[in-house]
Unconditional design. Structure first.
Length: 386
């Protein structure tokens, strides 16, 4: 039987199912699947590239279908700030909508104001449990989709570890039989993410879940870190990122220089300044992101550094040089700070290279400078045609 005859049979079967089962999602794979080409930016070019394997990139949200993304990490690794940048990108860049489910009770408008996130366009919800959070979002989402099926929507959950299930919510510790075992979070997350996968497979709606990491005490073989909430966040995620402090000096912290106080060593010790005079005020931190699961790009088990300024938010450029050098797209001299070579252009120093690159990117010339989809990651045209 020829390919055309088989295609005709498939169309016949699809049409029959749609007549009998209204609202079903059955369709030919060429229409039912898509390569994401609309992304929500994290604010850092290196992180966007690690997420999606390209620039512009970041968290996938369309054009037609969303995804589920799991971001976990240690404390002070900018998880909430990344989410704020994602909210800003979907609201400002994509003219979409965003919902923040916040159960930690620690979020404030500090970073939102610093990065100019329009809070009047951000919906906040603080549910008492996982069940309530999923139900509230679904009711909100259904109301929006009745009016607009194509607007990009980003749902951010901050965070999984601080959210309870109905098994333990509102109960005393001694009354909650499931409290000692995580209160049924894994079970509820599995059910909730199964429900959400039906939403993301129909609309450009993406869920970004923030989580914390815990030490796997006593483990000699296998992962040294684990994440609360069981396996569902790992199973349902299209993309999973783990964050930790950069292996750079001082855990990646960048500090102000301390002014010389002119004291003797004895006076510094007596005043308690001997051990802190070289510490300085922390201005920002380099953080390392590692891909532990991806269906997006050839970035599995690779890393990228990015830099967070605690007053201004994400630095878009820091970490990009190292990432491009790792991919072989950027060459430098032996000192790593001179004789830059990219896309057939040569630059004597990093400043000149960054100036040239920023001018190109401001014009949208990502493909021209080699930051678009790489040849080995482009879909096979023959496969697509078939």
């Amino acid at each position: 039987m020829s390919a055309d005859e088989r295609k005709a049979l498939i169309k016949l079967g699809v049409a029959a199912v749609k007549r009998s089962y209204k609202g079903s999602t059955i369709d030919i794979a060429t229409r039912a699947l898509e390569y994401p080409s609309v992304f929500v930016s994290t604010g850092a070019l290196s992180l966007d590239r690690l997420f999606s394997g390209r620039n512009p990139g970041g968290v996938p949200i369309g054009p037609r279908f969303g995804r589920t993304v799991h971001i976990a990490g240690e404390w002070s690794t900018a998880k909430s700030l990344i989410l704020d940048h994602l909210f800003r990108s979907v609201i400002v860049d994509l003219k979409g909508l965003a919902v923040c489910t916040e159960t930690e009770g620690t979020r404030d408008p500090h970073f939102a104001d610093a990065i100019k996130l329009p809070l009047d366009l951000l919906t906040m919800q603080r549910p008492k449990s996982f069940e309530e959070g999923f139900d509230i979002f679904e009711a909100w989402h259904d109301a929006i989709r009745k009016e607009d099926e194509g607007i990009p929507i980003l749902w951010g959950w901050d965070s999984l570890d601080s959210t309870e299930s109905e098994k333990s919510a509102g109960k005393a510790f001694t009354d909650s039989g499931g409290w000692h075992y995580g209160g049924g979070r894994a079970e509820m997350l599995g059910a909730g993410l199964r429900r959400f996968s039906g939403i993301s497979s129909k609309y450009p709606t993406t869920l970004v879940m923030l989580n914390q990491t815990r030490d796997n005490v006593g483990v000699m073989f296998g992962p040294k870190k684990r994440t609360p909430g069981g396996n569902p966040p790992h199973f349902y995620a299209t993309l999973e990122i783990m964050l930790k402090g950069s292996p750079r000096p001082d855990g990646g912290f960048v500090r102000d220089a301390v002014k010389e106080m002119g004291l003797t060593k004895e006076a510094e010790k007596r005043l308690g300044l001997a051990y802190i005079k070289d510490a300085g005020r922390v201005r920002g931190r380099y953080i390392q992101a590692k891909v532990t699961k991806t269906k997006m790009a050839l970035t599995f088990d690779t890393t990228a550094d990015f830099y967070v300024d605690f007053q201004k938010g994400m630095n878009p450029w820091e970490g990009l040089q190292e990432r491009l050098m790792f991919e072989g797209l950027l060459g430098t001299g032996s000192d790593g700070m001179s004789d830059f070579d990219m896309a057939g252009k040569k630059f004597s120093n990093k400043t000149d290279w960054l100036k040239w690159l920023s001018e190109r990117l401001n014009k949208g010339e990502y493909e021209e400078v080699g930051l678009g989809v790489r040849e080995e990651e482009k879909p096979d045209a023959a496969v697509l045609e078939a």
